[in-house]
Design a protein. Structure first.
Length: 468
């Protein structure tokens, strides 16, 4: 009983083994005592009434015991019950039971006799200690011409005879219940195994994940609860696969991004150790190059620290009421100079009627800085634009460019961590974290960040922030 299969089989089969036999016993008892007994009592009562009618047409039998015995002998051939006649005093006149020969002429000891002598039919069941069985007794009064009771017709039958008549029906009931029990056990085994199979499959798959073996998704089958369990497991596997792929890309990107500055630093150090430090101009050039390579590592470390904080759930916002128009103009002004320095056209459309929003100004400046940096970097020539507008439920800030654009296949992935486009001219460097961090910061403000782009026709990133 230590396995799930054995417990499921027992839970399906054990109730059948208990309930079906119990139902059989109860059903047989009800049929014997309630149905068959009632039918037999009705049948005996009708027979007794018919015999009473016949006895009423022969008044001489109540004064002559010989005629009474002839009457009983003649009509007992039509009865399976014991037949006897009583006079109006309750004395036994005649009986077809040989054991009653010594009781002729004596009063009959029956608790129902007064009822019959009073003119009413009586049906009663008595338990015989001698016969060790129940006896059905029916007494029907016989009325004379003046409507007075002249005698009583009695019928008795042992209930054991009823049991004998019921035996075939009892065997039939037991046979049907036995077949039902076998079919129920087979069906219970099938259902138990059907439940156990998908649970065992999920258990083995989860053990495989915990043991470091191959991660595989499972087909959804079985009851709704099991399908939900398998669906949750498949979702877990998919997320683990994404995380594993992200981890591999992270390691590859770290090696790629950190390796080049370190390689340049190592080359410059080797040159200095080889005597380049004796030439002041060359020494200064090498040191400036080393400083530039070291500066390249700072954004990388900042992005990794930002992503680490978000993964751990430590992203916190310092929301303050911020006039959106003034804040937006101050935030984007440094990027205007960067666009002009590259020879790009700078275009802004920021209305004066923008509302005051509760935002973390520094975090949102980081978002805009990332979008504008990408727009300037990937626009060889053309225009970089910033547009803002207010609606009934929120504010929209759009950063557009006329640069190289983003392929449709990449647009659904650019907000994923460490994603880098397959096109060499878009996202050729970096860790692939800038847009991920920008997206998470906008979502943390209750907004959304969306992109529309066409290759070689530019991109447009839209930030939407709710008013409340």
């Amino acid at each position: 009983m230590r396995t799930l299969r054995s417990q499921l089989i027992l839970s399906h089969v054990l109730p059948l083994l208990i309930v079906v036999p119990l139902i059989g016993v109860v059903l047989i008892y009800i049929l014997e005592t309630q149905v068959l007994f009632a039918d037999l009592s009705t049948e005996m009562t009708q027979q007794a009434k018919l015999t009473a009618d016949m006895a009423a047409d022969q008044p001489g039998i109540w004064q002559n015991t010989a005629q009474a015995q002839i009457f009983v002998t003649r009509f007992s051939a039509y009865h399976q019950s014991d037949l006897w006649l009583l006079d109006r005093e309750g004395n036994l006149l005649a009986s077809n039971d040989p054991n009653d020969v010594g009781l002729l002429g004596q009063p009959l000891a029956s608790p129902n006799l007064p009822t019959a002598l009073a003119g009413e039919n009586s049906v009663h069941t008595n338990y015989s200690l001698n016969l060790r069985t129940e006896i059905i007794e029916v007494l029907v009064p016989v009325s004379g011409s003046n409507q007075e009771v002249v005698g009583v017709v009695g019928l008795t039958q042992e209930f054991s005879h009823v049991h004998d008549r019921f035996m075939n029906l009892r065997y039939l009931i037991i046979g049907v219940l036995a077949i039902e029990l076998v079919l129920g056990v087979i069906l219970g085994l099938a259902l138990a195994l059907r439940l156990e199979h998908p649970i065992r499959r999920v258990t083995l798959a989860m053990d495989g994940v915990a043991s470091g073996r191959e991660w595989t998704t499972l087909p959804e089958s079985g009851p709704e609860e099991l399908r939900l369990l398998v669906r949750a497991f498949n979702t877990l596997i998919e997320r683990l696969s994404v995380l594993e792929e992200a981890r591999r890309r992270l390691l590859a990107n770290i090696v790629h991004e950190v390796g080049r500055p370190i390689g340049a630093l190592h080359s410059a150090i080797q040159a200095l150790l080889s005597g380049a430090d004796e030439d002041p101009a060359l020494r200064r050039e090498l040191l400036e190059g080393m400083d530039a390579q070291a500066q390249r590592l700072h954004p990388l470390l900042d992005n990794l620290a930002e992503l680490h904080g978000q993964v751990l759930g430590t992203l916190e916002l310092d929301r303050q009421p911020t006039p959106l128009g003034d804040w937006l103009r101050r935030t984007i002004s440094p990027w205007r100079e960067a666009a002009h320095a590259k020879g790009l056209h700078w275009q802004i459309d920021i209305p004066e009627s923008l509302p005051v929003l509760e935002i973390d100004a520094d975090r949102m400046a980081q978002v805009l800085g990332n979008l504008l940096s990408n727009a300037i970097k990937y626009t060889p020539d053309g225009t970089v634009s910033v547009e803002a507008s207010a609606g009934d439920d929120g504010v929209s800030i759009e950063v557009g460019d006329t640069g190289i654009g983003i392929a449709p296949a990449d647009q659904s992935h650019i907000f994923e961590p460490f994603y880098r486009s397959h096109r060499s001219e878009r996202f050729p460097l970096g860790m692939g974290l800038g847009l991920t961090i920008a997206h998470d910061l906008v979502v943390a403000h209750g907004g959304r960040l969306e992109v529309k782009s066409q290759p070689d026709r530019g991109s447009r990133f839209a930030i939407w922030l709710p008013l409340t």
